[in-house]
Every structure is written in structure tokens, then in C-alpha cells.
Design a protein around this ligand. Structure first.
Ligand SMILES: C[S@@+](CC[C@H](N)C(=O)[O-])C[C@H]1O[C@@H](n2cnc3c(N)ncnc32)[C@H](O)[C@@H]1O
Length: 369
């Protein structure tokens, strides 16, 4: 979306398109059908039916079945909470503060650019655009949020990163991607594509959550089956089934534990670093100072809400994968009860990783030399 279409009504699909929209419609649909790289200026009346579809009462992108999570306001609000969680956890929008700020510092004669791959609700991209007003920020997504007007130095594009990003090679100072592995067909390939979007010296920032929960002893949390039992978690079970269904669809949902290894092996990247953060699920953990306790409480409340709503967002995926509706309702209800009653003290695991694009001539490839 780059033309300020902020008033998208998902019901506005009665086909009353204007003449100019008809012309545009032709180019949108032919581009979709041809399987070419897709970059569009979003128009709600024209594009609603082509780019989004209704499934089980939710709105889902119409470009691929690999990423089968909703792209509606309910889901965007869930992502907003997850965005806040990272803000509290990192203390800012990004890891590696000094390096990122040095790379993005204004420089005469150079336009600094930031790319967010899988921008979702757009909060990260918009936040970066406000923090670095001299930078251009591009958020790319299968179905970006269209209800928020970004600042003038930020725009959103409908695009599928699995189709390749050659149109962006060597264009960005920072490339960021968070919680997108479940829409990636091949994580190793994705890292290479993302690295190629960087200018030499630019930085890649990746964050992924694990689908494995830990118990209060930091051991793998036991899952609930059948009617469930003491110490067993329905949330852990729902995440396990989420992992299974997404893996079956061919996604890289398990990428988080491989981030460091894959980035380290990428010939275009150097100075690779990683950090793992444990986030309490619910406000149960105390810190060693009142400030730390407060921070853990805030993160815990946000994580609990994100997970409770995640199980609901997984409903279309579970149903389309043939799970009995009653079992899916059991996942939703039991996870919700377990989390709201704070029955178990669990942790979620977040993996952050970063790396720098090697300077020209050090990448072993002639095309960039
Ligand atoms: C769980 S959300 C995370 C959103 C955002 N990065 C954040 O952290 O709040 C994953 C996002 O990645 C997008 N996505 C998944 N697969 C994609 C693909 N192949 N190309 C572009 N975007 C994709 C989805 O549409 C969704 O908005």
C-alpha cells in the first residue's frame, strides 16, 4: 500500500469498481496468475477479493496456503501486543543498538533504507520510520495492515518473499524479519535472499519464537492429551499441533534454533550474534528488583494474551488440516482456562539473531564484486 488507502472495508466487494479500477484489476489479476514477483499499490475495492479470502470466519491472505494465519484486525491487534512484548524485552525496537544507530546515522548523499520482511500489523516499520525520520522504510507482507496510515517515509507492499527479492538486492541498510518462519518455504534460502537485500555493511535482524514451552524448572513442558492431567498443558499441546500442521505444509516453523548456524554459514554474512530470552507466560515470575518484577509482569501479561488469542487464530488452520472441530474447541477453551487461571508457570522462548553483510569483494561471488 503506498497511496493512502486507509478505509478498507472487507465487505466492500460488490464489484462496483470504476473504469480506472477495471484497468488496474486487469494488471493485478494477470500478475497474480503469472506467478511473477508481486508488488502492488493496494486499492481496497479493486484488490479485496484478489488478495484476501474468508476462511472459518477469519480473513486470510489469498496468495499462498503456506501461511494460513489470519490477516484481519483481530490478528493485527494480537500482533500489536507481541510487538509491545518485544519492545519491553529489548528496551527498544531493535537489538544491537549502537551498531544499528551507527548504520542508520544520516550521511550526506546517501538515502538510508530499512526493510521489514513480513511486516504484519506494521508497528515495527512505523516505529522505525518515526525513530529515523531521514530513512525510508518499506514493510513487505502477503497481507499488510491497510487500516493505519503510515508516516510519509514508510510504505507497505503486498509481496511474497518466497518468490525472491531480486528487486530489492543491495538496497537496504537494515533488513528485519520477526515471527515469519512459519511463512517461509526454506529458511536457508530466505537468509541468503535477505542478506542480498542489504548494502555491504548493512545489518540483518531476525527474531523467532519457539513452539516449545518450558516449565518453571526450565524443562520441556508436558503436554495435555485426552482429558489432560495435573502438570500438563493445553497451551503446549496447541503449540505442538501448530508446529505439526505448519511443518506438514512445508514451512520453516522450526527455524528459530537454526538461526545462528544458518546465518553463520551464509557467505554474505559476518559478525553473527544471537541471544535467547525466556518470557514468563502470565504474570507469575518475580525479579530481583521491583523494576525487574514489573517488567516480567508486563511481559507475562502480554505473552499470555498473545498465546490465548493465537489458539483462536489457529482455528482455520486446524480445521483445514482435518482436526475435529470439537478438538479444536477443546484446544481453545482449555488453553484459555489454563492461562487465565495461571494453573502452570511456564516460559516461552524467543530467539534473536543478527549479522552484518560482508563488504564488497569478501562474499566469494562475482556478481557483487
Ligand atoms: C506472525 S506475523 C509477524 C508480523 C510482524 N513481523 C511482527 O513481528 O509483529 C507473520 C507475518 O509474516 C507475513 N508473511 C508470512 N509469510 C510471508 C511471505 N511468504 N511473504 C511475505 N509475508 C509473509 C504474514 O502475512 C504475517 O503478517
Amino acid at each position: 500500500m503506498s497511496d493512502g488507502d486507509s478505509d478498507f472495508d472487507f465487505n466492500d466487494t460488490d464489484g462496483s469498481a470504476s473504469e480506472s479500477q477495471d484497468v488496474d484489476m486487469q494488471s493485478v489479476t494477470s500478475s497474480l496468475a503469472s506467478g511473477d514477483v508481486s508488488v502492488y499499490s493496494f486499492n481496497p475495492t479493486r484488490d479485496g477479493n484478489s488478495l484476501l479470502r474468508h476462511v472459518e470466519g477469519r480473513m486470510i491472505n489469498a496468495q499462498t496456503d503456506l501461511y494460513f494465519m489470519p490477516a484481519d484486525e483481530v490478528e493485527f491487534r494480537r500482533k500489536e501486543k507481541q510487538h509491545l512484548l518485544h519492545l519491553v524485552s529489548l528496551g527498544r525496537l531493535y537489538m544491537q543498538k549502537d551498531k544499528v544507530q551507527r548504520i542508520l546515522a544520516p550521511q550526506a548523499g546517501e538515502q538510508k533504507r530499512i526493510l521489514d520482511l513480513g511486516s504484519g500489523s506494521g508497528n515495527w516499520a512505523i516505529g522505525m520510520a518515526y525513530e529515523f525520520p531521514h530513512c525510508l522504510v518499506v514493510g513487505l507482507d502477503l497481507a499488510p495492515r491497510t487500516s493505519v496510515i503510515p508516516p510519509p517515509n514508510c510504505r507497505f507492499e503486498f509481496d511474497d518473499f518466497n518468490k525472491g527479492l531480486s528487486h530489492y538486492y543491495e538496497s537496504f541498510d537494515i533488513v528485519h524479519s520477526r515471527s515469519t518462519a512459519n511463512g517461509m518455504k526454506d529458511f536457508d534460502w530466505f537468509i541468503m535472499e535477505a542478506a542480498q537485500c542489504l548494502k555491504p555493511g548493512g545489518m540483518l535482524l531476525i527474531a523467532e519464537g519457539s513452539t516449545e514451552l518450558l516449565d518453571h524448572n526450565k524443562q520441556i513442558q508436558k503436554m495435555a492429551f485426552g482429558q489432560g492431567g495435573p502438570g500438563e498443558s493445553w497451551m503446549a499441546r496447541s503449540l505442538f499441533e501448530c508446529y505439526n500442521t505448519m511443518k506438514r505444509r512445508g514451512s520453516s516453523i522450526d527455524a528459530c534454533t537454526r538461526q545462528y548456524e544458518v546465518m553463520h554459514a551464509c557467505s554474505l554474512l559476518t559478525d553473527v550474534g544471537t541471544k535467547v530470552t525466556l518470557v514468563p507466560v502470565g504474570p507469575w515470575e518475580r525479579g530481583s528488583t521491583p523494576e525487574e518484577t514489573r517488567q516480567k509482569e508486563i511481559m507475562g501479561v502480554l505473552m499470555r494474551s498473545v498465546f490465548t488469542e493465537l489458539v483462536r487464530s489457529l482455528r482455520p488452520l486446524f480445521i483445514s488440516e482435518g482436526y475435529p472441530p470439537a478438538l479444536v474447541e477443546q484446544f481453545i477453551e482449555e488453553s484459555g482456562k489454563e492461562l487465565s487461571e495461571l494453573r502452570l508457570h511456564m516460559y516461552a522462548k524467543w530467539y534473536y539473531a543478527w549479522a552484518t553483510r560482508v563488504p564488497h569483494g569478501n562474499d566469494g561471488s562475482s556478481s557483487f564484486g
